[in-house]
Design a binder for this molecule. Sequence first.
Ligand code: ADP
Ligand code: MG
Length: 169
Amino acid sequence: MGLPDLRIGGLCVLVGPPGSGKSTFAAHYPDTWRVCLDAYRRLATDSEADQSATPVAAEIQTLLLDARLSRGLNVLVDSTNVLPHVRAGLLARARYWQRPAVAVLFDIPLSTTEAQNAGRDRVVPVHIVREHHQMLPDADQLRREGFTAVHLASELLATPSAQRRAARR
Ligand SMILES: Nc1ncnc2c1ncn2[C@@H]1O[C@H](COP(=O)(O)OP(=O)(O)O)[C@@H](O)[C@H]1O
Ligand SMILES: [Mg+2]
């Protein structure tokens, strides 16, 4: 995998449906960078799927975002982030602290995402994967929202031979 250099002293938002590979990607970076609603729901309730704990998980996430962004430290938001108002809330924290914000868009085919979801620790119902996949923004939309760079997982995850083919096009 060609990993982007995310040492930007700011916010990096992963955007993708369950099963698209966000947590696998995040694991390539220092674990202190990562904030994750699933993890905080689990700490609050013993179940990362318990949506009743989303408000408390979001509060924990915001506390950590502010603590790190105020110090110019990197933050990697490992949640689906497919809803525009969720991304707007994250971008607002980066703006408040005057830190850059980039996105990694998991523009992975639905079939691959469904197959990977089936092999995930906690399999998410397939209709939820499809709903999230349909809501996925494109890179232009993310730039319009205020992300200064958008990395595409489809390009990062491409094999060297696929990257050479893409470069020739
Ligand atoms: N690039 C990849 N190629 C093959 N399998 C992958 C890839 N990325 C993730 N996976 C597998 O897909 C499943 C879902 O990945 P995960 O990172 O948990 O997705 P998410 O955090 O977006 O729900 C995991 O079993 C993981 O090992
Ligand atoms: Mg995950």
